[in-house]
Every structure is written in C-alpha cells, then in structure tokens.
Unconditional design. Structure first.
Length: 283
C-alpha cells in the first residue's frame, strides 16, 4: 500500500559525502510515496551548510517533508537563537518549522518541533514538546484519512531506546507519545540519537511504535551511516535500516511491526471531533 524513505541527521558541514550522494541516487532509483527528513540537516546552522542542505533537499524526488532539529539553529548567534531560531531553516529548505503536515489517501504526517533555540536548562540540545503542540498534533492525527498510515514526525525520540548512545530527554515526551497513540498514530518517527530502532509505545495493544533513524553524517555512534525504508500494507509495517557497508547501502536490520487495525475503519477509528481521555486530561 505504501513506501517512504526516512533520512535524518545529515549534518551538512560534516556529512558523509558518498553516503549522501548514494542516498539521493537510491531515492531516484525507486521514488517512494514520501521522503521524510527528521531534523539536523546542518551541523552548526551556518549559511553554507543551509545552502548545501537546501540543494540536496530540492534534488530529492518529491514529495519531501522536513522537520527541524537542534543543530538547525544558528549555533553562534545568540540573537538568532532568542528571536528567530528557524528563519534560516525556513528560508533555505522552504518548509515551516511548526505545525505542518502532509496528507494523502495512503499516508498522513504531522510535524512537531521538539528542538528549541534556547531553554531553561543547561543542555539546549535536548527536546521539549509542550501541551499546545501535543493537542494540535493529536487533533490533526484524529482527522487523518481513514485507512491512511498516521505518522507523527519530530527530531527527538519521545520514547527513549534503552541503550542508545545519547538521549533526547524530551520534556513531556512519554505523555505526548501516549496521547498520539490514543489519537491513532501508527509511527512516531525521529532522529537525534544516530541509531535506528523500533519500540512499541506503551498504550494497551493498539500497536503504535516509536521508530528512530540513523545518520548520514560522519557523526556515527557505533552504527554505520544509514537511513530507514518503511513499507506498509493492510496488516504490517516493515522498517528496514539501510546501512552504508563496503561502499553501498544494504539492508542491515529489519523490524516487521503488526499494524493497528482500528484506524482502518470509520466505526473503530478515534473520533475526529472528540479528544481522547489522555488528551483531555493533559495539563
């Protein structure tokens, strides 16, 4: 029924040049229904990095959907961090930083910005998702086309992978993930940790999953440069991590995830007009 490619953490400025070119070639060899890029397209948010990132994004087969990451803030400009953290990203990439979405009969993606220009803790690289963001995204997901794969896309993992080399440490992340699952999400797709993974979101047996993507940069953390290929039909979502090994991308690890069935029928899908219990109770 559908196929998408997820790229993440390309980090132009320290990108893996051969892998980035090969990923572009792979996308053109068999164009998917959607290409999704989950943040950190630059390393320091410098103009030449954004220019290179913009050229690469525009060279990909359409449609393309891009979310922001913590490295997409102008790293050396305190004024830009405080007052217009996403202006350079939006100008270079042509995608909004907040509340954007892609929708077709086969798949719907809602983007949420978990990165911040600054925040009231020492490590500004960590993630935040606030209640207003969560409610707006949950409402959008409840209104997805019946039968479409429902995806929430952000940079930081809302559900942490045990043993990951770094953490997203997303404030309110676990609660938001359960609200999105309640709203009908199939997948929460993220980057940041540079390691692919797929884990269930702990909410009954509704079969919603947190899926992480590797990096296309030289900032590897024990895993080769990689991206995710995601395919789905009526029963299964298959996530394949395509890793750069011996000068080519090859399937490295695969997760076959049973697909939730309630969102495929009007009678059982979350009510588009009524927030779920977790969403309504959130404070």
């Amino acid at each position: 029924m559908g196929r998408l490619l997820q790229f993440s953490d390309v980090h132009f400025g320290c990108e893996h040049g051969r892998a980035v070119k090969a990923a572009l070639d792979h996308a053109h060899a068999a164009p998917p229904d959607l290409i999704l890029i989950t943040g950190d397209i630059t390393q320091k948010g410098r103009p030449h990095e954004f220019a290179a990132a913009g050229d690469w994004v525009r060279a990909l087969p359409q449609p393309v959907f891009v979310t922001v990451g913590n490295h997409d803030v102008p790293y050396w400009s305190l004024a830009a961090r405080l007052f217009w953290p996403w202006r350079a990203f939006e100008r270079a990439i042509g995608h909004p930083a907040h509340d954007h979405e892609f929708k077709s009969d086969a798949v719907m993606v809602r983007g949420v910005a978990t990165a911040r220009g600054w925040q009231a803790r020492l490590n500004w690289s960590k993630g935040v998702i606030d209640l207003d963001q969560t409610r707006r995204a949950a409402e959008a997901l409840r209104n997805a086309p019946i039968g479409a794969l429902r995806i929430l896309a952000c940079h930081h993992p809302l559900i942490e992978m045990i043993g990951a080399p770094v953490t997203g440490d997303v404030r309110r992340g676990d609660a938001a993930a359960r609200i999105f699952a309640e709203a009908g999400v199939d997948l929460v797709l993220t980057g940041h940790v540079h390691v692919p993974f797929a884990v269930p979101i702990d909410l009954s047996d509704r079969q919603s999953y947190a899926v992480g993507c590797g990096t296309l940069s030289h900032r590897e953390r024990g895993v080769p440069a990689s991206f995710n290929q995601i395919e789905w039909d009526a029963e299964t979502v298959t996530v394949t991590a395509m890793a750069w090994i011996d000068g080519a991308f090859t399937p490295h690890r695969t997760w076959c995830l049973p697909r939730r069935q309630d969102t495929r029928r009007v009678e059982t899908a979350p009510d588009p007009a009524v927030p779920g219990e977790l969403e309504a109770a959130a404070r």
